[in-house]
Every structure is written in structure tokens, then in C-alpha cells.
Design a protein around this ligand. Structure first.
Ligand code: NAD
Ligand code: DAO
Ligand code: ZN
Ligand code: ZN
Length: 368
């Protein structure tokens, strides 16, 4: 079949809207009509050329929601008409990682997904007979995509696609980092570096679990109003403070119980670790740093009881946890609507990247 897609032909160039060829689902695969997709910082990171796994031409996008159109042989958990959220972190429920209680990093299709192909090693997308790569196993910047069954979470049918698509990455990453990865306890103090599409979800996660103080750190003061609405109690602008770590340690009487880096900057990762309380503070890296970059701190920071952790997709096991997070949204426990600041048709998708780079959007959502 033909489907309309935004194709990344090469790094650093705008996406091009094309009618591409899409082959139907093979064994264990599912054809999905994407109804809405968010545009995440990680798509921009890959398009920039900084992503070591980034390969072109590709159809980017990993934060979608849609409807099952067709299933390949052997697919048993999904049928046409089911509403689904694509998962860039699949959940096969069989591999050593899925069976281990401490990780969500299913490895069953990791190698092929990282190369931009389906588990059988081939791509379903092509243009003029030449293959176009998949991206993060999802490729939601196409009106239709083919995905492995194990990388689709079935969700309730009354949930709006234009909101729940954000659960496919940003919402789950931020809230999950707090609730699943770090298991922040009620009454904890929390600081969040970067008040963007991920950091604001960390803030609402921290509020949801009952954190007593939630400090936001960002160089853009325009983010303050929304961050306060989501639960931020204090704001620190590094441009107005000489020593961010010293300032945070001082205003918290010794440092934070938990910190989260949601920027992808190795200097702020160090700040977030060193602003943790001596003896027990724990820092979580969420931001993805550029290829070849390294983090550093004095080892004594860890010797004296601070811990450095990281999270992918908020530690969520997608097929199990994503439907629950959709329920949290539908029950009014989490706010997604106020984070979706812009919507646009696929033809205008490059505007979503411009808005992101200008710091004007939290989330842009493309509606098909
Ligand atoms: P964003 O661009 O929406 O937000 C980044 C924020 O950081 C902005 O508000 C910006 O003003 C602020 N900022 C930039 N430099 C700063 C500095 N030096 N000090 C303080 N604030 C600064 O980005 P996002 O969509 O929220 O994504 C954040 C990071 O999370 C990215 O690196 C993205 O790739 C990563 N990410 C990780 C996962 C995961 O599973 N680990 C999932 C999704 C996204
Ligand atoms: O299993 O080795 C692995 C990696 C899984 C990929 C997880 C990616 C998480 C961070 C990228 C940002 C997501 C938008
Ligand atoms: Zn993302
Ligand atoms: Zn698995």
C-alpha cells in the first residue's frame, strides 16, 4: 500500500512529505494506522546527526497512537480495530530481561530495532524501490506503520489519540522515572533540571507520589508558570545563580533526596548528582547526551552516599504499564492536555521542530 510520511533523507535537513510504499505485516507483525504523533526532543536529536544510532533515510517518530488495521500470521494478542500505542521499548515477556524484575529493557528485538529494520532484518517502507529505515521500531511520522506485536500496547478505546500519543514517550518517561525507576517516597525533596516535555512530567510524577518540595532548574524563565501549575514549588535559573549546586544544597539544608536530569547535558548531569544529599541522595539521568560525550564527578561524591542512576522509558514495561497510565489520564490523575501546546497536520511537521528549537512548545502533536 501507499502511505503518507515525513521522511528524513539526511541529517540536518528538514523532513520531506512523500507517499511511500509500505508492505503488509509478516509473521508476528501488525499494520497500524497512526492517528496522532508527538514530536519529541529525541526525534530532533536523531535528525541533527548527533545520535550514534541515527541512520538515513528513515521515517522518524516514536510517540504515537493509532488503530490496528491488519495482523500477520501468528499474531494472537491484537486484532483489527484495537487501539494501540507503539512502544520503542517492547515487552516480549519471555527474554531474560523481561523475566528479570529490575529492568524494562526487553532485548528480544534490540539488535534489529537499533539497525532500523524489522526483526527479520528487512524494512517494510520503501520509495522508488529503495528501502527506507524504521526508527526506534515505531516510525510514527507515517500515517501507517508496521510494528512487531510485542511492541504495541493495547489501550482503551475511549481515550483520545491526540492526547494519549504523548504516553508513548514523554509522559511515561517522566512519571515513570519518578514512580517506577526511582520509587520516590512521599515527603521527599526533588529537583528537576530541564522543564520541557520530559521534566514537566517528572514534576507531575513527583507531585503525584507526594513529594514535599519540587525544585525546577531551567535557563528559560518562560517555563515557570506551567511548571508551577504542575507542582513546582521553587524555581532556580542558573543564569541568575553563581553556583547552582551550592545554592540548592543551601536552600534544602544539605541537598535533595532525588534529582532528575531532563536536558541531555553532561554538565547539568554532574550538577544534578552533586546537588543530592550526602548519605542518601539519588540522581536519575533521563536526558540523552550527544555521541561521544562523557559524565564525570569526583568519586568521593559516590563514596559519601550519593547514587547515580538512569532510566529509559521511565522504567515502564510498555504492554503492562502503558494501559494503566492511559487509565490515570482518563481518571484525571494526570494532566496531559496542558502540555500539548501545538497541533498541526503532517504537512507542517517541520514547524514542530522549529517551535521546539525556539523553546516555544512543550509538545507539538501531528494529527493525521
Ligand atoms: P525539551 O527541549 O522540551 O526541554 C529541555 C529543557 O531544558 C528546556 O526547557 C531548556 O530550556 C532546558 N535547558 C537547556 N539547557 C539547559 C541548561 N544548561 N540548564 C538548565 N536548563 C536547560 O526536551 P525534552 O523533550 O523534555 O527532552 C529532554 C531530554 O530527555 C532529551 O535529551 C531527550 O532526548 C531525553 N529523553 C530521554 C528519554 C529516556 O527514556 N531516557 C525519553 C525521552 C526523551
Ligand atoms: O536496550 O540497549 C537498549 C536500549 C533501549 C533503548 C532505550 C532508549 C531510551 C532513551 C532514548 C530516548 C527515547 C525517546
Ligand atoms: Zn521521546
Ligand atoms: Zn523481552
Amino acid at each position: 500500500m501507499k502511505t503518507r510520511a515525513a521522511v528524513a533523507f539526511e541529517a540536518g535537513k528538514p523532513l520531506e512529505i512523500c507517499d511511500v510504499d509500505l508492505e503488509g505485516p509478516r509473521a508476528g507483525e501488525v499494520l497500524v494506522e497512526i492517528k496522532a504523533t508527538g514530536v519529541c526532543h529525541t526525534d530532533a536529536f536523531t535528525l541533527s546527526g548527533d545520535d550514534p544510532e541515527g541512520a538515513f533515510p528513515a521515517i522518524l517518530g516514536h510517540e504515537g497512537a493509532g488503530v490496528v488495521v491488519d495482523v500477520g500470521p501468528g499474531v494472537s494478542s491484537l486484532k483489527p480495530g484495537d487501539h494501540v500505542i507503539p512502544l520503542y521499548t517492547p515487552e516480549c515477556r519471555e527474554c531474560d530481561f523481561c523475566l528479570h524484575p529490575k529492568t524494562n529493557l526487553c532485548q528480544s528485538i534490540r539488535e534489529t530495532q537499533g539497525r532500523g529494520v524489522m526483526p527479520d532484518g528487512s524494512s517494510r517502507f520503501s520509495l522508488d524501490g529503495k528501502p527506507i529505515l524504521h526508527y526506534m521500531g515505531c516510525s510514527t511520522f507515517a500515517n501507517h506503520t508496521v510494528m512487531p506485536e510485542i511492541a504495541l500496547a493495547r489501550v482503551r478505546e475511549d481515550a483520545p489519540f491526540d492526547k494519549i500519543c504523548y504516553i508513548g514517550c514523554g509522559v511515561t518517561t517522566g512519571i515513570g522515572a519518578v514512580a517506577f525507576t526511582m520509587k520516590v517516597e512521599p515527603g521527599s525533596t526533588v529537583a528537576v533540571w530541564g522543564l520541557g516535555g520530559i521534566g514537566l512530567n517528572v514534576i507531575q510524577g513527583a507531585k503525584m507520589v507526594g513529594a514535599s518540595r519540587i525544585i525546577g532548574v531551567d535557563i528559560n524563565p518562560d517555563k515557570v508558570a506551567l511548571a508551577k501549575k504542575f507542582g513546582m514549588t521553587d524555581f532556580v535559573n542558573p543564569k541568575e545563580v553563581d553556583d547552582v549546586v551550592g545554592h540548592l544544597v543551601e536552600i534544602t539544608g544539605g541537598g535533595l533526596d532525588y534529582t532528575f536530569e531532563c536536558i541531555g547535558n553532561v554538565n547539568t548531569m554532574r550538577q544534578a548528582l552533586e546537588a543530592c544529599h550526602k548519605g542518601w541522595g539519588e540522581s536519575c539521568i533521563i536526558g540523552v547526551a550527544g555521541a561521544g560525550q562523557e559524565i564525570s564527578t569526583r568519586p568521593f561524591q559516590l563514596v559519601t552516599g550519593r547514587s547515580w542512576k538512569g532510566t529509559a522509558f521511565g522504567g515502564a514495561r510498555g504492554r503492562t504499564d502503558v494501559p494503566k497510565i492511559v487509565d490515570w489520564y482518563m481518571d484525571g490523575r494526570i494532566n496531559i492536555d496542558d502540555l500539548i501546546t501545538h497541533t498541526m497536520p503532517l504537512d507542517d511537521i517541520n514547524k514542530a521542530f522549529d517551535l521546539m528549537h525556539a523553546g516555544e512548545s512543550i509538545r507539538s502533536v501531528v494529527l493525521y
